[in-house]
Design a protein around this ligand. Structure first.
Ligand code: FAD
Length: 470
């Protein structure tokens, strides 16, 4: 039996991170600035040869975009990583500039927005993992599921973790970053702590995704496509370029409109979108896979940060604490924001003070989820079948206002800039409530919130191959 407790009785200079997903990797990176040793405990066996799918991150087969705020934060933690990702085939795109993007209101014009990084999730994880593990203070223990918490003599402070193989790791701080399947509530209950309150909004959104070979077409004037659904037409899709000359296409639908996984049905769904742009792109493209579904997309916040009783030495981060409807593309950026908040909290503490500061760290890192949560839940509440607490008056007013912001952002640079600053989590939502922005938004109050024609955006026009209008 491997038992680090014997080797390091106190574990005082050792932190353990459970889960080597994006949250766990970034948390390990910042913990290594304070602890002499950090162990990343991962349930999956991890390939050492290059990017690879693994069962612990099943969402990797669906489109993942990293908003500019996430890119900046991760670059700050791992200098040079953006360039390495781009060399390996990821791309940093202008959003909406490099896309044909039909919002719930209308097509985005060539307005200023935000940068996003696109690439396969496997490549992103692999590259971040390689960079994180360059730090010799960080050790990876893969193929080793954590099964519970170990407590100290008081029976309440967390002083380590138990592993399925019977091993134990002693640590001054244990970070649970095991994602949506985290057992933290049960582990906390087992050491006498109350369960967290849970807030949940489920718009019953489903994904279905398929890889394609990117057709060679020198005349193509876009890099990606995004057709958003809306409550009266809840079908959408996104297409992004990936490393290896591939496209990844994710179909999106709510309620009865969840997208299918049959080959023909996949194309049929693409054809039924508000614009033919995506169907036109893929109908003759060569599929590289069958479609894969993902259905568990509810927003769910386990409010560990609200608990009055909280053990020393334990923190829950990332999807394990708060997860979002993925359609807004915020989970990885929130993981980076939480790691950044963790870094800031640790910076103000002596090493010996860190275990006792766990409750404060939990509160501060949880705050990283607030804006993404507000965006995702207020948008999901527009769908009448969304399960969750009903919108209050303030949310309904905000929804009305945001509909007009969207109309403005489609074509007005003065509105698109703050809109994308907020959407990329770079700026607080108050930016959309500055007097100048409010006046511009209100000046567009009479414009329709749905476009008259949706086929192709005016700045692009129909493709050369389209049938001439009769
Ligand atoms: C369909 C879909 C699409 C998404 N698209 C986007 C997007 O476009 N942009 C974006 O920013 N975010 C997106 N997200 C969210 C994003 O995937 C997550 O927020 C992000 O991966 C951070 O998750 P995490 O590291 O907290 O958890 P996870 O990614 O779930 O990682 C958890 C890790 O813990 C490991 N683990 C689990 N249990 C144990 C255990 N007992 N012991 C040890 N290890 C364990 C798992 O194997 C895994 O490696 C999407 C999510 C979904 C579901």
């Amino acid at each position: 039996m491997d038992d680090d407790t014997d080797n390091h009785p106190e574990g005082h200079d050792h932190a353990v991170v459970l889960g080597a997903g994006m949250t766990g990797l970034l948390a390990a990176r910042v913990l290594a600035r304070r602890f002499a040793r950090v162990t990343l405990v991962e349930r999956d066996e991890l390939a050492e040869t290059g990017p690879a799918f693994r069962p612990g991150v099943p969402q990797s087969r669906h489109v993942h975009v990293l908003w500019s705020r996430g890119v900046e934060l991760i670059e700050g933690m791992l200098p040079g990583i953006t360039a390495r990702l781009v060399v390996a085939g990821a791309a940093v795109l202008e959003s909406p500039g490099d896309f044909l993007w039909l919002s719930p209101a209308d097509w985005f014009d060539q307005v200023p927005g935000a940068k996003i990084l696109v690439g396969s999730r496997e490549l992103l994880d692999w590259t971040v993992r390689q960079e994180v593990l360059r730090d010799e203070r960080i050790r990876l223990r893969a193929g080793s599921p954590a099964t519970g918490l170990v407590t100290g003599a008081d029976g309440r402070s967390v002083t380590g973790v138990e592993l399925r193989d019977g091993g134990r790791l002693a640590a001054a701080l244990v970070v649970d970053a095991t994602g949506r399947t985290s057992k933290a509530p049960a582990w906390l209950a087992a050491i006498g702590n109350p369960a967290p309150a849970v807030t949940r909004y489920d718009s019953r959104l489903g994904y279905s995704s398929r890889y394609y070979e990117m057709p060679k077409d020198p005349t193509r004037r876009w890099q990606g496509l995004y057709v958003q659904g809306r409550p009266d037409s809840p079908r959408g899709a996104v297409l992004v370029p990936l490393d290896g000359g591939r496209w990844l296409v994710t179909l999106i639908g709510n309620g009865e409109h969840v997208p299918p996984t049959g080959d023909e049905e996949f194309l049929g769904f693409a054809r039924s979108l508000r614009s033919p742009v995506l169907y036109d792109a893929i109908r003759d493209a060569k599929p590289l896979s069958s479609p894969t579904a993902f259905r568990s997309t509810a927003n769910e916040w386990r409010h560990f940060e609200r608990l009055d009783r909280w053990p020393a030495g334990f923190v829950v981060l990332g999807d394990a604490s708060c997860r979002f409807n993925p359609v807004y593309g915020h989970g990885m950026t929130v993981a980076a924001l939480a790691a950044d908040a963790l870094d800031e909290e640790l910076g103000g503490l002596e090493l010996r003070e860190i275990p006792g500061a766990a409750r404060r760290i939990q509160r501060k890192t949880a705050a990283a989820a607030e804006v993404a949560w507000q965006i995702a839940t207020s948008e999901d509440m527009r769908y009448p079948w969304t399960e969750g607490p009903p919108p209050d008056l303030a949310t309904r007013v905000l929804q009305q206002y945001m509909s007009r912001v969207m109309v403005g952002a489609n074509a007005d640079p003065a509105i698109s800039a703050p809109f994308f600053d907020v959407l990329s989590l770079s700026t607080a939502p108050e930016a959309l409530l500055s007097p100048g922005t409010v006046v511009r938004v209100l000046s567009k109050w009479r414009l329709p919130t749905a476009p008259a024609t949706t086929d192709y955006p005016a700045h692009h026009g129909p493709p050369e191959s389209a049938d001439p209008v009769a």
